[in-house]
Design a protein around this ligand. Structure first.
Ligand SMILES: [Zn+2]
Length: 240
């Protein structure tokens, strides 16, 4: 895997794949294009292909930026991670001319964390900001989500076997038949009431694997407005 940068188009992560018949391209959540290419395709052919696909790439990029919504690098942005808990952390993004475009720097003082990125209007600074945010998300999630979850689990009669935390794009959590609970590191972005909803949701799955009436009745014993909060959760859009 390696990265290339094409002016006006963005950053491309090139991955060679023995099974790939032709070059394919998709945008991943950091705003980087992931390009899968056949094993033997030459560097020149890859570049030629990408240039030919310019209008397709621009279309992908446009829809990505639309989805990104108000995540703007134009001004300093602050996120509160794990709000409402003892581990709460303010993460501030600061754009500065002192950082090279392909780097970021993280400084933490107690509950304040600053991510310094280049102030250049460039895909690379968007990419590096997303990378830094994702790194913090994973670290905070792995460290603190199990602690929070355990505190909630003790309030119920359910026992889980193991918990794992990963950065995932599709699900907030899941519960396996072996009683392993998986939780999404991105929960750190959510307010406390929504994090708790996800924790209780997965705990109730230890007894009721499916989302039937019994599941919801049990969940509502712990979270009275579970259905309303569930709708709120479905509307959440996150930066990384
Ligand atoms: Zn579920």
């Amino acid at each position: 895997m390696y990265l290339i940068h094409l002016e006006n188009l963005g950053i491309f992560e090139i991955r060679r794949n023995r099974q790939a018949r032709k070059l394919s391209i998709r945008i991943v959540h950091e705003g980087c294009f992931r390009v899968t290419v056949p094993w033997r395709l030459s560097e020149k052919d890859i570049m030629d292909n990408l240039k030919k696909m310019e209008s397709e790439i621009l279309k992908l990029k446009k829809s990505f930026l639309k989805k990104l919504g108000n995540f703007s690098l134009a001004t300093a942005t602050v996120y509160t991670f794990l709000s409402g808990s003892d581990f709460s952390l303010n993460v501030e993004i600061i754009r500065t001319p002192n950082i090279p475009i392909e780097k970021y720097r993280i400084l933490q003082k107690g509950p304040e964390l600053r991510i310094f990125v280049s102030n250049q209007e460039h895909d690379y600074s968007l990419f590096m900001t997303a990378q830094a945010l994702k790194t913090i998300t994973q670290e905070m999630g792995k460290r603190y989500i199990p602690l929070e979850f355990n505190t909630i689990a003790k309030k119920t009669k359910f026992n889980y076997d193991r918990i794992q935390v990963r950065h995932q794009l599709t699900r907030w959590g899941s519960c396996s038949s072996k009683k392993t609970i998986s939780l999404n590191a991105r929960l750190v972005f959510l307010p406390k009431k929504l994090r708790d909803l996800v924790y209780y949701h997965e705990l109730v799955h230890l007894k009721h694997p499916h989302h039937g009436t019994a599941f919801w009745n049990e969940l509502e014993k712990y979270v009275s407005d579970a259905k309303k909060l569930d709708k709120e959760l479905a509307k959440v859009v996150l930066p990384v």
